[in-house]
Design a protein around this ligand. Structure first.
Ligand code: 5GP
Length: 204
């Protein structure tokens, strides 16, 4: 039986740099598929439809929920975000690894439905540094900054649900850690027992 791909779920508080780490990862590991989420939030400057997200309205999003097209979805800071099921399942069935960059609520839904996934939590070097990053990015009001930090605090309560953590204190180091995790998962004996027995037992 052909080995299925591995589903990697990268999670972590807003502002920790999940998007940047995943983008850099794809330069090193272009064979990994990045799932493009659907969202009801407004498109930001520099974002491209179908590349950054599928930007849809609430009615369309609700239709997707209704017709069971989403693997998971969550409301994050007033907007809906979800992972379209079709692409992810097709790729995994073809044996390709997939990465999802989503929030904790979504990660916990995936864990319920797909416990074989590999769950990675990206952490800031400190909460103070997370605050600096959110402030420097300049996208949020004072109120929103406090909301994001409070959420980050709550998200960290779920850390025991994850398989790996990475402290994102420098981009190259964080990407290298993620590459190491992916490579370690690809060398897990339990994922390849049939293949290994077939390859080596026949030759003895
Ligand atoms: P942003 O609006 O800054 O791009 O993303 C806000 C948050 O939504 C981030 O924490 C991001 O990881 C999360 N997010 C993006 N796509 C999805 C998704 O498909 N599902 C869930 N649950 N969260 C998502």
């Amino acid at each position: 039986m052909k080995r299925k791909g591995t589903l990697f779920v990268v999670c972590g508080p807003s502002g920790v740099g999940k998007g940047t780490v995943c983008k850099e990862l794809l330069k090193v590991k272009p064979e990994i598929g990045l799932s493009i989420s659907a969202t009801t939030r407004e498109r930001r400057k520099g974002e491209t439809e179908g590349v950054s997200y599928y930007f849809i309205d609430r009615n369309e999003f609700e239709d997707m929920i209704e017709s069971d097209e989403l693997l998971e979805y969550a409301e994050v800071y007033g907007n809906l975000y979800g992972t379209p099921k079709k692409y992810v399942l097709e790729q995994l069935n073809k044996g390709y690894d997939i990465i999802l960059e989503i929030d904790t609520q979504g990660a916990m839904q995936i864990k319920e439905k797909y416990p074989k996934g590999v769950f990675v939590f990206l952490l800031p070097p400190s909460m103070e540094e997370l605050r600096n990053r959110i402030v420097t990015r300049g996208r949020d009001s004072k109120d929103n900054i406090e909301k994001r930090l409070k959420c980050a605090n709550e998200e960290i309560d779920f850390i025991s649900e994850y398989d790996y953590y990475i402290i994102n204190d420098d981009l190259t180091g964080a990407v290298n850690s993620l590459v190491s995790i992916i490579e370690a998962e690809r060398c897990k004996v339990k994922n390849d027992i049939c293949k290994l027995i077939k390859m080596y037992k026949e030759e003895i």
